[in-house]
Design a protein around this ligand. Structure first.
Ligand code: ZN
Length: 201
């Protein structure tokens, strides 16, 4: 299974040809289960912000036309991300996930209201990520996901090393503690959520 899309870093390269290529790959490969990562990254600003916003909205519309959920990358652009989702995606049949969530509890609440899932990476284990742990504790069970984002963001105790898929258990362990459930339960919950989001359509 995979996802295809134009990341906000590369939004300046997104045009009709890119859209056609992505659409073709999706139509010809049953294993493509989502359109993404798409979104806004105002931390690195690798593409101009106005271009990122236009391309994000455009890819939301395209994904909806193909009935695919989206994988959203948003960094230091909470207000603009929510504005675009509210105007472009409020009535969408399929939803998606805020991947590698690093936002505020407010953003988490808005994302849930809009119908999205929220996925936590190794960041949630970092010492200074107290606010993120508040969000991870709050997210409703049926909207919770975990991920590696490897090779980046290895969780504690592997922080600073190259991340590996197997390390995701540390993310599960951290969230299990916060929510006072077992690691096994986090595994079962997030697997069921993954299947519902990406494999049900
Ligand atoms: Zn990302």
């Amino acid at each position: 299974m995979t996802a295809i899309g134009t990341h906000p870093h590369d939004a300046r390269h997104y045009d009709d040809i890119a859209e056609e290529k992505i659409t073709k790959l999706i139509n010809e490969n049953a294993g493509v289960v989502a359109w993404g990562e798409i979104g806004l990254d105002f931390h690195y600003d690798n593409s101009p912000r106005d271009v990122q916003q236009v391309v994000f909205a455009r890819q939301l519309r395209s994904s909806e036309a193909l009935h695919l959920p989206v994988i959203i990358h948003t960094r230091e652009a909470e207000t603009e991300t929510v504005e675009i989702l509210e105007s472009e995606y409020a009535d969408a049949e399929r939803r998606g996930v805020f991947h590698c969530f690093s936002g505020s509890l407010d953003l988490a609440k808005t994302a849930i209201d809009l119908g999205f899932y929220i996925s936590f990476s190794g960041i949630v284990t970092f010492k200074k990520a107290e606010d993120l742990r508040t969000a991870a504790k709050w997210v409703p069970s049926d909207r919770l996901l975990i991920e590696t984002d490897c090779p980046f963001l290895a969780p504690i105790p592997f922080r600073g090393k190259r991340n590996e898929p197997s390390y995701v258990v540390e993310v599960a362990r951290c969230i299990a503690e916060l929510r006072d459930v077992t690691v096994q339960q986090i595994g079962e919950t997030t697997t069921a959520n993954f299947n519902r989001l990406f494999c049900a359509g």
